[in-house]
Write a protein that binds this ligand. Structure first.
Ligand SMILES: Cc1ncc(COP(=O)(O)O)c(C=O)c1O
Length: 471
């Protein structure tokens, strides 16, 4: 019996014939076009059909067998492995989309839509539409519209200490888009591993892997990411959140920042700085500027409007080391034609007129009040927890005693209509990590925050052994 499969090879192309066969078969298995146990043609038959030498087919079959996608069965040749994962892998979505209907949502990270400055943004958007000509209505420059890049450079210099020029600033569709572009650029540079903080944004790690770059977890200590293991890992790029570590909230100490930049210079490495809630320090003292000015030649600085205004705007930016700007444009040209020009003009207007500064002033005072309510409620209702980090951003990390059953606590809280995320899910090896809770406080008013923590305290006390179980 001759088994037929749909394959084609291109002679004289850059990809070797064996790799072409393996890639096509892999693709078909992964998409479910070739289902488990499907018999494949014999290597002799396929070689004849494709007019290639038999060893080329053998090599491709062996490769896929090694990957667990094919298996050889005595007497009946090669077939798709019985346990091959043929489901199309679900795409990774960076944020929690399916939010259960609860009364108290403490998920970290998103500003409450009721605080969005609707009137001011509408005014900026209207001015943008009225003034738009080629900039705004034509295809935008790949780096972003000129007005926005200039405004960003002066805003970021003034507020975050970032050293940059409009020529090396790129507007993106949020940080996720920037990270995808960075992964593409790293691969162009021959870098296929990226160190990430442990703990870090759980879905970001998957997102990076989906973008063809392996992640290497490097621990975060009290001063921020540890640099020794970074040297030991041999990686050439690292993703960090130095101003307000996600999710622990600890800022990277000035000494650690120096050490990290020294690592980058010693190894020719790149640092990607995710300044995700940049500028949202809720107290005057102890503010940390960006890491980028410590090493503008080695740091890719990335920021986003998602925490400052709203994630729905899909606006972000990168300030690039000049050496990387051309490469980043080349990577981008293959993926998109730039971001919404009117939105960029509107944001430029919003920055130029001081509206972002005004909005953030209001948000700081609102968040400070919510943070205060949360701190008091934790002291009263959840005294076993210790809040870590400065008063900043949109969330706070509550460390729990070693023996606490984080998973059970999160489940019980959900039963009391409180949606909260445990801290362990952010760790590379969740079961070895210390338990904790990540408490986002922007969705609720002060009384809501207090009631949510009261219920968590109740859930905590319901554990076997009550309040003492975790001691
Ligand atoms: C650590 C971190 N970085 C960045 C982002 C923002 O990503 P984006 O700008 O794509 O909305 C988030 C949002 O949840 C985040 O938690």
């Amino acid at each position: 019996m001759t088994w037929h499969v749909m394959l084609e090879v291109v002679r004289d192309g850059p990809v070797p014939l064996g790799a072409q066969i393996a890639d096509q078969l892999r693709h078909q298995v992964e998409r479910g076009l070739l289902t488990p146990r499907t018999r494949l043609p014999s290597s002799r038959q396929l070689a004849e059909d494709l007019r290639v030498s038999r060893s080329v087919v053998v090599e491709a079959y062996e490769k896929l067998t090694g990957e667990g996608l094919l298996e050889s069965v005595r007497g009946s040749g090669t077939r798709v492995a019985a346990h091959a994962d043929t489901r199309i892998r679900k795409p990774v979505v960076l944020v929690d989309r399916a939010i259960p209907p609860v009364r108290f949502n403490l998920l970290p990270g998103t500003p409450n839509p009721v605080t969005f400055p609707h009137r001011e943004w509408t005014a900026s958007y209207q001015r943008a539409v009225e003034s738009a000509r080629w900039q705004g209505l034509g295809y935008p420059p790949l780096l972003g519209v000129d007005q926005l890049r200039s405004e960003l450079v002066s805003y970021l210099g003034r507020v975050r200490g970032v050293l940059g020029s409009p020529e090396d600033t790129m507007v993106t569709g949020g940080f996720a888009h920037a990270l995808g572009l960075v992964c593409g650029a790293l691969r162009e540079l021959g870098i296929d591993r990226l160190a990430v903080e442990d703990p870090s944004h759980d879905r970001q790690r998957q997102f990076i892997e989906e973008n063809g770059v392996r992640t290497v977890a490097v621990p975060v200590g009290p001063d921020g990411l540890e640099v020794e293991p970074l040297y030991a890992s041999g990686v050439r790029a690292v993703l960090v959140t130095p101003s307000h570590q996600f999710p622990l909230g600890v800022p990277m100490s000035p000494r650690r920042r120096e050490e990290l930049v020294r690592w980058a210079r010693d190894t020719g490495g790149w640092i990607i700085e995710d300044d995700y809630d940049g500028g949202l320090w809720l107290e005057q003292r102890g503010r940390h500027l960006a890491l980028q000015p410590t090493g503008p030649d080695r740091v890719i600085y990335a920021g986003t409007a998602s925490k400052l205004l709203a994630p729905g705007l899909r606006l972000g930016w990168m300030v690039l080391p000049p050496e990387l700007t051309g490469l980043m444009e080349r990577v981008r040209v293959r993926r998109d034609l730039g971001c919404d020009g009117l939105m960029q003009l509107a944001f430029a207007d919003f920055l130029r007129s001081g509206l972002l500064d005004g909005h953030l002033r209001k948000m700081r005072s609102r968040y400070r009040a919510q943070h205060g309510a949360l701190t008091r409620a934790v002291e009263r209702f959840l005294p076993a927890a210790t809040l870590i980090g400065p008063v900043a951003g949109l969330h706070v990390f509550a460390a729990l005693p070693e023996g606490a059953d984080e998973e059970a606590l999160v489940a019980r809280a959900l039963g009391l209509s409180v949606l909260v995320k445990g801290g362990r899910v952010f760790h590379d090896r969740p079961h070895t990590a210390r338990p904790g809770l990540v408490l986002g406080y922007t969705a609720l008013g002060r009384s809501g925050v207090e009631e949510a923590i009261r219920r968590i305290g109740q859930a905590y006390d319901q554990q076997p052994g009550g309040a003492s179980w975790a001691s």
